[in-house]
Design a protein around this ligand. Structure first.
Ligand SMILES: [Zn+2]
Length: 460
């Protein structure tokens, strides 16, 4: 039995089982659905036992449960791989915008519609089909790597207990590579792999002037105005080339290689269409010398998220305000340490404080580190080879501008990340009428059927 034949033969059973799982409304953000998230974990655990995993456990956290499974390779010297995904889903409102019940999944032609079909139950589910297909094709009764699965139940509500779970269970989760199936491809006919996600750190600036709001007729023009001071500081956050002015900000940035830039450039990117998706933005703008995709995927940024102060109510109020505020955030890329950027921001704010006002910088938490998988690394090359076998064409690379729990996986487990996923940007994840392309789910299974052989060889 070859891989494709096996997967085709299992298509109906695969979809029937997936629909059963999708029918469980495992909305982690809504406490009323906590029991459903647990039911979803139990359902997955039972499915993994049926698949043949000798070890399957539901892991409790401080919140909602995760599922862990392990299937040792026959060869004790084989590398270990950990698959990460999540079994919780986003809320469904506005419910009236759904054409069908979000938790009564239906097939529409080649599409499976339902909450979680793409994000992320569908993408977790192709792993077990792919694993069985690979083993059937090889006539094996164990995978070529020691395979571990960790499927969390709180991803859609911020993975609040995930880092703690990784630290507690680090020994059981030890692995040579983490495979993440929770991202997207460029397009159905342009298979691609994500190779990184940006990190994040945030700060709030408070500028203080006089003890109280002042009459602008009596005092205006003769004392510093905190809003003017703040506006000047914010304007100084970028230079005329769109570069962030924090001293040392770019020092640790891992630059794109020529090969990465060339591969990004191969993606069929329509800037006008992209601008429409960017809220009908009127022009692309940003750091000079980089394309739009490079800017959102591989360049660090500073963004002002909000500014306020003084009189903002109806009518006029002629004052010199006592305070001014701004929230700023920085998207970070591989190599940058969020805590170091926070220090750079404090130093920058001190150096840019105009005379006569006081500036306070408040930083909420340690930030999120970026993650990146070098495209030349053995793990990425192996996964790309597996994807290319499944899709029969060149697989390109993308990155993602935002971030999730991936950086914790890389950092706490100390293993490289590989992103293997078949979702599409138009799957309407987090939105009404979420769907997944069934042929792509099956391609995902096909890629997985080749993946463990490729990784076993590459990481040995
Ligand atoms: Zn997801």
């Amino acid at each position: 039995m070859d891989v494709v034949g096996y997967i085709e033969g299992q298509r109906e059973a695969f979809l029937a089982e997936l629909k059963e799982w999708l029918a469980i409304p495992s909305i982690s953000g809504d406490p009323a659905h906590a029991g459903d998230v647990r039911r979803s974990a139990e359902w997955l655990a039972a499915h993994l036992r049926r698949t043949g995993f000798p070890t399957v456990e539901v892991w409790e956290t401080g919140g909602l449960p995760a599922v862990f499974a392990e299937w040792p390779a026959a060869d004790p010297g084989a590398p270990a791989a950990l698959v990460y995904g999540h079994h919780d889903v986003q809320p469904v409102d506005p419910r009236e915008a759904w054409e069908t019940d979000p938790f009564e999944p239906v097939e529409r032609g080649d599409r499976l519609v339902g909450r979680g079909s793409s994000d992320d139950k569908g993408q977790v589910f192709f792993h077990t089909l792919g694993l069985r297909a690979g083993m059937a094709a090889a006539g094996a009764d164990a995978p070529p790597v020691t395979l571990k699965l960790l499927v969390e139940g709180e991803e859609e509500s911020g993975s609040i207990h995930f880092a703690e779970l990784l630290r507690e269970r680090r020994d059981r989760l030890a692995c040579d590579v983490v495979v993440i199936s929770d991202t997207t491809m460029w397009a159905a006919d342009v298979p691609s792999m994500c190779t990184g996600m940006r990190g994040l750190t945030e700060a709030e600036l408070t500028v203080r002037g006089p003890d109280t709001d002042l009459h602008s007729g009596s005092f205006g023009g003769a004392v510093p105005n905190p809003l003017h001071a703040l506006a000047g500081m914010i304007a100084a956050l970028h230079d005329e080339h769109g570069r962030v002015t924090l001293p040392g900000f770019y020092d640790d940035v891992v630059e794109l290689t020529d090969e990465e830039r060339a591969l990004f450039a191969k993606l069929p990117f329509d800037e006008d269409a992209w601008l429409r998706t960017a809220g009908n933005s009127r022009a692309a703008a940003g750091e000079a010398g980089f394309t739009t995709l490079e800017r959102v995927w591989a360049r660090p940024t500073a963004e002002v998220n909000g500014m306020w102060g003084g009189h903002t109510g109806p009518g006029g109020k002629t004052i010199v305000p006592r305070e001014a505020h701004a929230k700023v955030s920085f998207r970070l890329v591989a190599g940058q340490d969020p805590v170091r950027v926070q220090e750079q921001f404090r130093a920058w704010a001190a150096a840019h404080t105009p005379p006569g006002v006081e500036v306070e910088v408040t930083i909420p938490g340690g930030g999120v580190r970026a993650c990146a998988s070098p495209i030349g690394s053995p793990a990425v090359r192996a996964a790309r080879a597996a994807m290319e076998k499944a899709f029969g064409r060149e697989v390109l690379f993308t990155r993602e501008g935002g971030s999730g729990p991936e950086a914790d996986l890389a950092e706490i487990l100390g293993a490289p990340l590989v992103f293997l996923a078949v979702g599409l940007n138009d799957d309407r994840i987090h939105a009404p009428n979420e769907k997944v392309e069934i042929p792509l789910l099956l391609k995902g299974a096909e890629a997985v059927a080749h993946l463990w052989d490729e990784l076993a060889t590459a990481l040995r």
